[in-house]
Design a binder for this molecule. Structure first.
Ligand SMILES: [Zn+2]
Length: 203
């Protein structure tokens, strides 16, 4: 009788151990699965970070759709002038100067939309043909009258405006707020300034 009991007892013990062993195995498997999942997720994050970093490194400095602040102060003139504002959203400062050009007694109107294309807007541009020059860089940076002519694609220097150059009988004068100015293309555009370029006969 006692032997019968102990055999039953042993079988019960065996079943119990078997169950515990199964449970251990299941838990081990679960842990392994969790570890693989974590490792996988971690790997994906690492890859995403690496790809993001690579993209950030290669991002075009000339566009601001990445949200990064462009380093316009340290850009070359070409980079500054080819920088695409895309919109007025990021303009750090708004400067408007008035430019009038008179050639041989005739006022030359300055076209609207200089520096503005279907998907582009340069740091210096016009909206209408009133001669109002808009300087709207995303970070404070000085823009010159020469920069405006570069965006416009027209000649301007100390002796020529468009194809009109100084010679024995003609001169080019520049005025800022009515005063003679000899900075020409180097003139930094300032808020509210009135700039006049006059090409005329001298005698
Ligand atoms: Zn504008």
């Amino acid at each position: 009788m006692a032997e019968e009991m102990s055999r039953r007892e042993r079988r019960r013990q065996e079943r119990k151990e078997k169950k515990q062993e199964q449970k251990r195995q299941q838990q081990a498997q679960k842990k392994k699965k969790e570890f693989l999942t974590y490792t996988g997720v971690l790997a994906v994050i690492v890859v995403l970070l690496a790809v993001g970093y690579a993209i950030a490194q290669n991002a075009e400095v000339k566009t601001d759709d990445s949200g990064a602040t462009p380093d316009l102060q340290n850009m070359s003139e070409d980079e500054l002038l080819s920088y695409n504002l895309q919109s007025h959203q990021n303009a750090a400062r708004h400067i408007h100067a008035q430019l009038d050009i008179e050639i041989l007694g005739q006022d030359r109107s300055i076209p609207a939309q200089i520096g503005i294309g279907p998907n582009t807007m340069r740091v210096v541009h016009t909206h209408d043909n009133s001669g109002k020059i808009h300087v709207e860089p995303p970070v404070p940076v000085e823009v010159t009258l020469g920069n405006f002519f570069s965006v416009w694609g027209k000649t301007f220097n100390s002796s020529c405006v468009f194809d009109y150059c100084e010679n024995a009988t003609h001169k080019l004068s520049m005025y800022v707020n009515g005063d003679v100015n000899q900075q020409y293309g180097d003139k930094v555009l300032r808020e509210g300034e009135q700039i006049s370029l006059i090409y005329e006969k001298t005698g």
